[in-house]
Ligand binder design. Structure first.
Ligand code: ADP
Length: 162
């Protein structure tokens, strides 16, 4: 069985992420979406909430599993016996960082981990979790960016903050 992992912060998941998940799930037998529990970042949503959003959004995709992980991606992959990492590329600006990460992961895994990139679908090429949070902060329309239940969670979060 060919498994891959799609790691990320997903704070929160957008339609851009979901598009990559669906396309990768069509290619691999099993796709694990790995939600990074990074103690150095202060995400808007807790890791449990980010995992639950992804579980809800992917509930109709039987070969997609959502899990959280901490520490090094290469260690997590080793513990699961997975050697393919999926990442998305929006623009050239993503490329430099992604290339560096993939080379580090390869080095840390004794050249076992490979990274596969999916080009963004054009309609999501401008979409990022940060821009979604900015729009939500000012009460903008999120219809084309995140599922309705995520938009509600974002607006509620910023209502509490204001
Ligand atoms: P990071 O993991 O760098 O903290 P994210 O959790 O936002 O960032 O994204 C996880 C992965 O999804 C990254 O590879 C990122 O480039 C990709 N991604 C984010 N938004 C999009 C999008 N709109 N289209 C395609 N790929 C995307």
């Amino acid at each position: 069985m060919k498994s891959a992992i799609y790691p990320g912060t997903f704070d929160p998941m957008t339609y851009g992420h979901l598009d990559i998940i669906k396309r990768a799930a069509n290619i691999f037998d099993e796709l694990i979406v790995g939600v990074l529990d990074n103690k150095e970042k202060t995400p808007l949503f807790s890791v449990d909430v980010r995992v639950n959003i992804l579980k809800e959004a992917t509930k109709d995709l039987p070969n997609v599993k959502v899990e959280s992980f901490g520490g090094l991606l290469s260690d997590y992959c080793k513990s699961k016996g997975i050697f393919v990492v999926v990442r998305g590329l929006r623009a050239v600006t993503d490329f430099e960082y992604e290339l560096q990460m993939s080379q580090i992961n390869r080095k840390l895994s004794d050249n076992k981990l490979d990274t596969v990139y999916f080009n963004t679908s054009l309609k999501y090429s401008y979409l990022s979790s940060s821009s979604v949070k900015q729009i939500a902060q000012f009460g903008g329309d999120l219809t084309d960016f995140v599922p309705g239940f995520v938009a509600d969670m974002l607006l509620e979060k910023f209502d509490q903050k204001n």
